[in-house]
Ligand binder design. Structure first.
Ligand code: ZN
Ligand code: ZN
Length: 889
């Protein structure tokens, strides 16, 4: 939808869309900006320019328009107090990891908290009306601006004021009146300072007018009245109109403090701590001048570097001031901002990685590390985390609980980054030699080697990051493969009654509603359809085998083998109970392993995905490293302890909003639930999840859980494979047999080894006897040595390195016509050793070289003595035959 068109339409009828009661009561006048033409409302009839174009823009820096001073946390207290006083419920923030929407990784606006997607429709679910919420929002679009512009953050607190116009809530008049009084009464800003600008909002199929409010050019908030749906002209009024007022808490603090940047009043004691370490004085006139110029020029240039250059020139910043003050300051702000975002994200269960939303988190930590290195700062990240959390914990107590987890994750990530640098440096050098890589090559570099384009830019391997890199990368990570289910014409069929959610009979009678080839639809069924990672039930319908069961919306489709019943027939159905029971045990075990992993590893553990069949199951969890044997054992022990405690598994249905309020967003382990009534599966208070699967009644029914394998399958995801119930017992039995077999084999191997050693020892003792016989002229087979006129060859296993060395040497010393060639195994190598007397006619070097090459290795030496070997044991026989013929002829 074209926003310009809508604005034109709305602004042509201001009385209907914008002229609220407050404007009439207070005597606001409506004006058009003499520069850009935008319409705005003001009490100052002399004002001709909109807030973006006026001269007073950003003049609050150094000279705030109120005598009240509130820093970040104090500003929220003021906002909260005001709205609560005016009958709003103050709601705690929702997680920044947006688990209730599968189209968003992170919460990007306060209104997202209350949006639920049902099919293709967005519905609103408000826990109170009207309400106010201090919602932390993450946005990564402007990362390069953070620290530089004075007002861009990677996360910020959106003050969300939301209302539905019903018996409790209100609409435009009261909303704008409240926002105006918040600024004037609560924050002490003069009425004449407040300017409202006409605008519109459109998205997700709906739209409406909005009033942005500014003070001295700073946009403090935007009251959106979501009112219509459809295309402009043919639009209709929404059943559920919503007020979505979002304001930046950081800006409320900034306008009262008048500091050079918004960062100076929003990170509490962090900045001061950092300034002291670096030794900069942030309270100087030059900073006020510089950042005012930055703020004013920001929209006038395309390139941020040009904005910077302009501000340096206009504010008269010297090179010395630039290097000793501005540059380090930008670094300090970046570190404080990025760290705050990471604290919120990790607290809410996100992990830095190179997939999905984790990508931005890793990027931010690398920017922090890069800045620390570049500015040569001696910083203790743990101290900074403490300072942030201590400052924020009154408003966000949940941060305090996860303090140690945040430290642990960031430490691990930083160490990893340092470790990968050597490798990254080598790669970067190669890239520099090869020339500019394509976007696809950059993506491969990132995905297979973890090398970010930021790093390549930092080390000058590339001059800029192609703009399509991020969009392409995010496309790659967002398109999930969905299993294609064959489309069936099911429109007019009734919903299948799901017996597995009721009495769950293993044998039942049902009516055949519809048949498509080998697919059968019944009026009711106990066959569990594939879903939520749980595999379908098998069994029989009218004597035909059921080989697959899928769910198409509300209709369950059974796939049969070797025939189908007739439509209209009443048929007897039988579910394969053993299979179902085993799948069920594995499903409950998945929940147990999830809870155990979280307990053993940390709060960041979430289910990434899961699969439950009758004889095996797996759970993929979000975790930063491979699991150690010790951790696997602890998880297995914790799981079996839950089994032993014989905990009750309860299933209850809740209204979605109630479930979220009662249990939090942890319930969405398996992803978003697109229904209003949520099925909650709880294993007492140990694990509570929204889940549609089948479960045992008591954990004791599972009897035993065994983890069979774990593997880090991708960055940030670890797979745990396991078995439960009878399969687990079978697994234990197999394991025992296997280890018994192993032990027996080891003993046999040791005995053989011992035997060989003894033989070798014996052989050594034979040296003088053999020498005497051979030198005495005996020929033929002597103790597995082939002898022909003092030329000897052996490949017997009883002779070792020592024997060949000593026997050969002694033989040819005593008789220059003699020669000795031996082939033997030594570790993984087949070796050859040749000794030849001067008159023997044998060339040791030639033989060793030839034989070694057959064995896939190399050999060397001279005519008298040579050796070599290779690892290709499959060629041993060939080597023996060749060597024998070379030496014996
Ligand atoms: Zn203007
Ligand atoms: Zn489940």
């Amino acid at each position: 939808m074209d926003k310009k068109e809508i604005l034109k339409e709305f602004s042509s009828d201001p009385d209907r869309y914008y002229n609220v009661k407050l404007f009439q009561e207070q005597g606001f006048v409506r004006k058009a900006c003499s520069k850009c033409g935008r319409f705005f409302w003001t009490l100052n009839s002399g004002r001709d320019l909109c807030p973006d174009d006026a001269d007073d823009t950003y003049s609050f820096i150094g000279e705030p328009p109120t005598t009240k001073r509130f820093d970040y946390t104090q500003a929220w207290k003021q906002v909260e107090e005001f709205f609560v006083k005016n009958n709003h419920t103050s709601v705690s923030r929702y997680p920044v990891v947006c688990r209730w929407r599968d189209d968003l990784y992170f919460t990007i606006a306060s209104v997202v908290d209350f949006q639920r997607v049902m099919g293709s429709k967005v519905v609103f679910e408000f826990p109170a009306n009207p309400l106010v919420v201090p919602q932390t929002c993450l946005r990564f679009k402007d990362l390069e601006n953070v620290g530089v512009t004075g007002r861009h953050f990677s996360s910020f607190c959106m003050i969300g004021q939301h209302s539905i116009p019903d018996s409790q809530g209100y609409w435009k008049d009261e909303c704008v009146d409240l926002d105006f009084r918040l600024l004037t009464d609560q924050f002490g800003i003069k009425k004449e300072e407040v300017v409202f600008v006409e605008d519109v909002w459109a998205g997700g199929g709906s739209f409406g007018p909005s009033l942005e409010y500014f003070v001295r050019g700073l946009e403090l908030g935007n009251a959106v009245f979501t009112e219509f749906q459809g295309e402009l002209g043919q639009h209709t009024t929404l059943d559920q109109r919503v007020i979505d007022m979002g304001a930046g808490l950081e800006r409320f603090a900034w306008i009262t403090m008048g500091t050079p940047t918004a960062y100076d009043c929003c990170f509490g004691p962090i900045n001061q701590k950092l300034f002291e370490k670096i030794g900069i004085d942030s309270d100087s006139e030059i900073l006020r001048k510089y950042f005012t110029e930055i703020a004013k020029a920001l929209d006038n240039f395309e390139d941020l570097n040009d904005v910077r250059r302009h501000a340096i020139k206009t504010a008269g910043v010297t090179d010395d001031q630039l290097n000793k003050m501005i540059t380090p300051l930008e670094g300090v702000y970046l570190i404080a901002d990025h760290l705050r975002t990471l604290i919120f994200a990790i607290t809410d269960g996100a992990l830095p990685s190179n997939v999905g939303g984790g990508y931005n988190l890793r990027m931010m930590l690398r920017r922090i590390n890069g800045t620390i290195n570049r500015l040569n700062l001696k910083l203790n990240i743990d101290e900074l985390i403490d300072a942030h959390i201590d400052y924020l914990k009154d408003t966000y107590p949940e941060l305090d609980e996860k303090r140690e987890d945040v430290k642990q994750i960031l430490k691990l990530e930083s160490t990893r980054y340092e470790e990968s640098k050597v490798h990254m440096k080598k790669k970067a050098e190669k890239i520099r030699e090869k020339g500019v890589p394509s976007v696809d090559e950059l993506i491969t570099l990132y995905e297979s080697d973890g090398i970010t384009p930021e790093y390549l830019k930092e080390v000058n391997a590339i001059s800029e990051i192609p703009s399509s890199f991020y969009s392409k990368l995010s496309d790659l990570h967002q398109s999930e493969k969905k299993k294609t289910i064959t489309e069936l014409p099911l429109e007019k069929l009734p919903e299948t009654e799901t017996l597995f959610y009721k009495d769950d009979p293993m044998e039942f009678e049902a009516k055949v509603i519809k048949v498509f080839d080998d697919q059968v639809i019944l009026d009711k069924t106990s066959f569990y359809a594939r879903g939520g990672g749980q595999e379908p039930d098998f069994g029989s319908i009218a004597g035909f085998n059921v080989i697959n069961v899928d769910k198409h919306a509300d209709i369950i489709v059974h796939q049969l083998e070797d025939g189908v019943p007739k439509e209209g027939d009443t048929v007897s159905c039988k579910v394969d109970e053993t299979r179902r029971v085993n799948i069920t045990k594995n499903h409950t075990s998945t929940h147990i392993i999830n809870a155990s992993s979280r307990g053993v590893l940390g709060s960041w553990i979430w289910q990434h995905s899961a699969f439950k069949d009758d004889d095996h199951a797996r759970l993929d969890i979000t975790h930063h490293s491979s699991l150690t044997d010790e951790q696997v054992k602890q998880i297995e022990d914790a799981a079996n302890s839950m089994v032993k405690q014989n905990l009750s598994v309860n299933i209850d249905y809740y209204d979605r909003g109630t479930a979220e309020q009662k249990y939090g967003f942890r319930i969405y382990q398996g992803g978003v639930v697109p229904v209003k009534s949520v099925r909650i599966v709880s294993i007492e208070d140990q694990d509570i999840e929204a889940c549609g699967g089948t479960h045992v009644k008591k954990t004791g029914d599972i009897e035993l859980i065994k983890i069979t394998k774990t593997k880090r399958i991708q960055d940030g995801v670890v797979r745990i494979e396991f078995v439960s119930g009878p399969t687990a017992f079978q697994y234990v039995k197999d394991q025992e047999e296997e280890s018994k077999k192993q032990a027996e084999e080891n003993i046999a191997k040791q005995t053989l080894e011992k035997q060989r050693e003894e033989n070798k020892q014996k052989a050594r003792e034979q040296i003088p006897i053999l020498l005497e016989k051979i030198l005495g002229g005996e020929s033929g087979e002597l103790d597995e040595i082939t002898v022909k006129n003092k030329i000897c060859f052996t490949a017997s296993e009883q002779y070792d390195d020592y024997f060949h060395q000593n026997f050969g040497k002694k033989l040819i010393t005593k008789d220059s016509k003699a020669a000795f060639c031996g082939i033997f195994e030594s570790g993984p190598t087949v070796r050859i050793m040749v000794h030849a007397g001067e008159e023997s006619g044998v060339n040791s070097g030639e033989i060793a070289k030839e034989i070694a090459s057959i064995l896939g290795g190399s050999g060397g030496g001279d005519a008298k003595f040579a050796q070599g070997g290779g690892k290709d044991t499959s060629k041993k026989d060939e080597a023996i035959a060749k060597a024998k013929s070379m030496i014996l002829g």
